[in-house]
Design a protein around this ligand. Structure first.
Ligand SMILES: Nc1ncnc2c1ncn2[C@@H]1O[C@H](COP(=O)(O)OP(=O)(O)OP(=O)(O)O)[C@@H](O)[C@H]1O
Ligand SMILES: [Mg+2]
Length: 451
């Protein structure tokens, strides 16, 4: 399947999956309006097409996850490469629930999640907004013994204080004005499953006392009732605040903090795992293409440079939103003008990201604070140097990847990965007649992704 698709699609196999998804979508829309089939048959076929589409999405995801590690890569202290660790997780049938990326700190979090999942120990996940805390909670649920039981999510920050107790524990009819019926709370709904207490740092002190009691006794009381109800619920809590600090300040009970954080996972902000940005761009571009039923959007070099250097205060959610936005607004090729206005730099500003150029008069440079830390700036500069080097090399060999690999003494698949990382297409460096330069009888680039 991949072979056939590779001839029509010019980039990675995951993009080919997007092509396949596109075809399934076309099939679905044709089916939907079919005049020759009975409604029941149409529905049945649509259901099958939908599950096929989901399967392809999964495959695409899995493939990317493994592929990203293909080339030579640094080993960690234990002498294991990232790819090996990720593949080990896959081999153990770990369920990622759409978590994507191969940054060392993310892998560590996933490995902790894997170990914690089958236990009933409480887990506390912290990290900035949009770093994937809820996703991680779902990963823990999906890999545990309760995966076929309910996963109930409660946003402690979104419920008014006076309703919180009833929301969590339920109430009896007449317990307060407006309580016109008996009602069960989230803890009872999550019985035998997992309750996800999001924004736990916002839980008022009174609620904290009650939660502590549940953690100790595994029993709840509906508001207005004396009856104790046993609940068997696994607790996963998340916060973007520093609970330890809040507890030192007396705003969060220390005993509850220790109870909740038996297993503590901290998700790093995206700007501290920049190595994942190229992969996430490709992944979300692909995902957005699937959702929007379009071909994956291509990025101009200056948009790409911007996306690689931007600081992402909204973390992965922000990157995902940006990819959906540009996939929706742009035609074949997206550029900086498709970015949201509040982060959109002017042309000079983009140059400033990479080369610290002084903008032309009258144009507003983007502030350094919006962009990145000094270490990020250094990394971006080193990325730029790498890209410029590869571009020059490709020009010299007229786009023959095998030849370039030989000249710079680099493993070909590693070189392919670097080209992909920088969005470089060897065919853009071919001679005018579209042929790679001839370096001998056997110099065809069999593994050239563009080939
Ligand atoms: N590693 C990842 N791979 C793929 N998608 C991710 C990853 N991490 C987060 N996402 C996606 O980013 C978005 C934000 O993730 P999530 O809602 O889990 O973040 P959060 O930490 O709970 O944010 P908040 O603090 O704002 O509630 C979701 O769409 C999620 O699917
Ligand atoms: Mg969240």
């Amino acid at each position: 399947m991949m072979k056939i698709l590779d001839q029509t699609e010019e980039t990675s196999p995951a993009i080919s999956y997007a092509g396949l998804i596109e075809r399934i979508e076309i099939l679905r829309s044709t089916l939907r309006w079919s005049s020759r089939l009975e409604r029941a048959d149409i529905d049945k076929l649509l259901r099958q097409a939908t599950s096929l589409r989901d399967e392809v999405m999964q495959l695409s995801h899995k493939e990317r996850f493994v592929q990203a590690a293909s080339a030579a890569e640094p080993q960690d202290a234990a002498g294991q490469s990232r790819g090996a660790r990720r593949k080990a997780l896959l081999d153990r049938s770990f369920i990622f629930e759409g978590t994507f990326g191969d940054n060392l700190r993310l892998l560590e979090s996933l490995e902790i999640a894997e170990k914690a999942a089958p236990t009933d120990l409480p887990v506390l996940i912290d990290g900035e907004s949009g770093t994937g805390k809820e996703l991680m909670a779902k990963v823990i649920h999906a890999n545990g013994a309760r995966s076929d039981k309910p996963f109930i999510s409660v946003n402690c920050g979104a419920i008014p204080d006076n309703l919180l107790e009833s929301e969590l524990f339920g109430h009896r009819k007449g317990a307060f004005t407006g309580a016109s019926n008996d009602r069960k709370g989230k803890f009872e709904s999550a019985h035998t499953g997992t309750i996800f207490l999001d924004e736990i740092g916002e839980l008022p002190l009174a609620g904290q006392v009650k939660l502590l009691r549940v953690l100790e006794s595994h029993e709840i009381q509906r508001v207005g009732s004396d009856e104790m109800i046993a609940v068997d619920t696994r607790i996963v809590a998340a916060t973007n605040r520093n609970l330890r600090q809040l507890s030192e300040e007396g705003k969060f009970r220390e005993d509850l903090f220790y109870r909740l954080s038996v297993i503590h996972v901290t998700l790093p902000p995206l700007r501290e795992r920049r190595d994942e940005i190229p992969l996430l761009i490709a992944w979300f571009g692909d995902e957005a293409a699937g959702t929007l039923k379009r071909r994956p959007v291509r990025l101009t070099p200056r948009l790409r440079d911007f996306l690689l250097a931007y600081a992402y205060p909204g973390n992965i959610r922000e990157l995902r939103n940006v990819m959906y936005r540009i996939s929706c607004l742009a035609g074949e090729m997206a550029d900086v003008e498709h970015l949201p206005l509040d982060i959109r730099p002017n042309a000079a500003g983009v140059a400033g990201v990479a080369g610290a150029n002084v903008p032309a008069s009258g144009e507003q440079p983007i502030s350094v604070a919006n962009l990145m830390s000094l270490s990020d700036a250094k990394r971006a500069a080193s990325d730029d140097a790498e890209k410029a080097f590869l571009e020059r090399g490709l020009r010299e060999v007229s786009g023959t990847v095998a030849e370039l690999a030989r000249r710079i003494d680099m493993n070909r698949s590693h070189l392919q990965m670097l080209l992909k990382k920088h969005g470089l297409h060897s065919k853009d460096f071919r001679n005018r007649n579209g042929q790679p330069a001839k370096y001998g009888a056997n110099e065809r680039d069999e593994d050239d992704a563009e080939g």
